[in-house]
Write a protein that binds this ligand. Structure first.
Ligand code: AMP
Length: 422
């Protein structure tokens, strides 16, 4: 049996991890500006957290990794972040101390999808949830945050698309209208769509198989069924966006792939070469029933999530220089093995002073060490030679200017700190 990675997964190798770290740091910095705190929930939950109601989305029915543990409890690897966050919000009664909880998460999700570029079976999302209240300014804040984030990491050619599904009453009348509309066409649609007709006809609009079918293209849109309260709510959201000078477009057909949305839904799309159908970087929306469905009080929330692989692919495709790999400050080279213990003590001292430093550990000769040091792009070489050592000196070479100076061993740290302006 070949020991390979699981289909649809990937490894982050040592020369790539700085990109992930830089993206995660940006996420933390930007979300901090919006007074968001991080929440970390388990990657596995009891299946009921995701498989709650009868109007299950395709993702929950077909795409989750479900298994029994040794005590035959039904568990699921999380396919998305929101349900686990809400489960924890309810379980920890976070609503008691905070009227509005603004949190973010970063972590892996699992979906049994057909792998392709930008689509994996284990993928990372970062997401944001603002739970506890319903307020148009808050919906706008989430969209502003998503937009601001994309701008700050340096992506261009990005579109914010927004729609409203309206409140429960509006949604019910829209569902009814869609059912009546699709009924005469249902034989032409796929088997999944036939099931969706009764369960949740909104999902037909998201169907990957029938996307190009005329009936889907001409279907009524949620906007036509918004009641007056929902219309006012949506108008207020847009007023806040206008006030912040955020550019957006209204997307009448946008309904999003999860089941729990109401009122505002939105997506961030990017025109990136080679992305094809995977051009949605992230999206989200308001949910009014999720907290109560998971056993909590009747409180609403709003959130969004971005796929991190897609963000990194987009940054690469647009040549955005958003992360620098840290290079070594100093590489210590010894002329012979007897000087290795001195090298160890110098290294330790440099690291205590906060310098990134290394030496060779594979018994290389002087030339080999030099090669390794240059390949590592170290800013300085600290060379321990026999004669210099007898005089208590080392040679320190600036690899950029090639200028080399002799420095007393106890002064190495001070010398390098000054040169590096640390
Ligand atoms: P969703 O949770 O389906 O609304 O997805 C939100 C974002 O997560 C998408 O816009 C993608 O960027 C990302 N995403 C969703 N599914 C996958 C996947 N299988 N592989 C990689 N990224 C994904």
């Amino acid at each position: 049996m070949a020991i390979n990675k699981v289909k649809g997964t990937y490894d982050v190798l040592p020369n790539e991890s700085y990109l992930w770290q830089a993206l995660e740091q940006k996420i933390r910095d930007i979300l901090g500006l919006y007074n968001m705190k991080e929440m970390r929930t388990p990657i596995m939950e009891y299946s009921d957290v995701f498989h709650r109601h009868t109007e299950l989305s395709d993702m929950v029915i077909k795409e989750t990794y479900n298994f029994d543990d040794r005590s035959e409890r039904k568990l699921t690897l999380r396919p998305e972040g929101t349900a686990g966050i809400i489960r924890s919000y309810v379980e920890n009664k976070l609503y008691v101390s905070q009227e509005l909880e603004k949190v973010y998460y970063i972590g892996p999700n699992f979906r049994y999808e057909r792998p392709q570029k930008g689509r994996y079976r284990q993928f990372y999302q970062f997401g944001v949830e603002a739970i506890g209240t319903i307020n148009p300014a808050l919906d706008a804040e989430m969209i502003i945050l998503a937009y601001d984030f994309i701008k700050r990491i340096g992506l261009k050619g990005v579109r914010v698309r927004i729609n409203s599904l309206g409140d429960e009453a509006s949604r019910v009348s829209y569902q009814e209208a869609l059912r009546n509309y699709f009924l005469p066409h249902i034989d032409e649609l796929c088997d999944d769509c036939k099931l969706r007709l009764n369960k949740n006809p909104l999902r037909i609009l998201d169907c990957k198989v029938d996307q190009k079918h005329q009936a889907i293209k001409n279907a009524p849109t949620p906007q036509d069924f918004l009641n007056i309260e929902s219309r006012i709510y949506f108008k207020q959201v847009l007023e806040h966006l206008n006030a912040a000078k955020i550019s957006y477009e209204i997307a009448p057909k946008l309904v999003r792939g999860l089941d729990y949305y109401s009122h505002t839904v939105f997506e961030i799309e990017a025109d990136i070469e080679g992305f094809g159908a995977q051009n949605v970087l992230g999206g989200g929306g308001r949910y009014q029933n999720l907290v109560s469905e998971l056993g909590g009080p009747d409180l609403g929330g709003i959130g969004f999530a971005f796929g991190m692989e897609r963000l990194l692919l987009a940054l690469e495709a647009e040549n955005v220089d958003f992360a620098q790999e840290k290079t070594l400050d100093a590489f210590v080279i010894v002329i012979n093995d007897e000087l290795k213990t001195t090298a160890t003590s110098i290294l330790y001292e440099l690291r205590l002073a906060g310098l990134i430093a290394d030496m060779n550990f594979t018994q290389k000769g002087f030339k080999g060490q030099l090669k390794q040091a240059l390949r590592s792009n170290s800013k300085y070489l600290v060379i321990l030679g026999e004669d210099e050592y007898q005089k208590g000196l080392v040679a320190i070479k600036d690899t950029k200017t090639e200028i080399q100076e002799e420095v007393l061993i106890p002064k190495i740290k001070k010398y390098l700190l000054e040169k590096l302006e640390k």
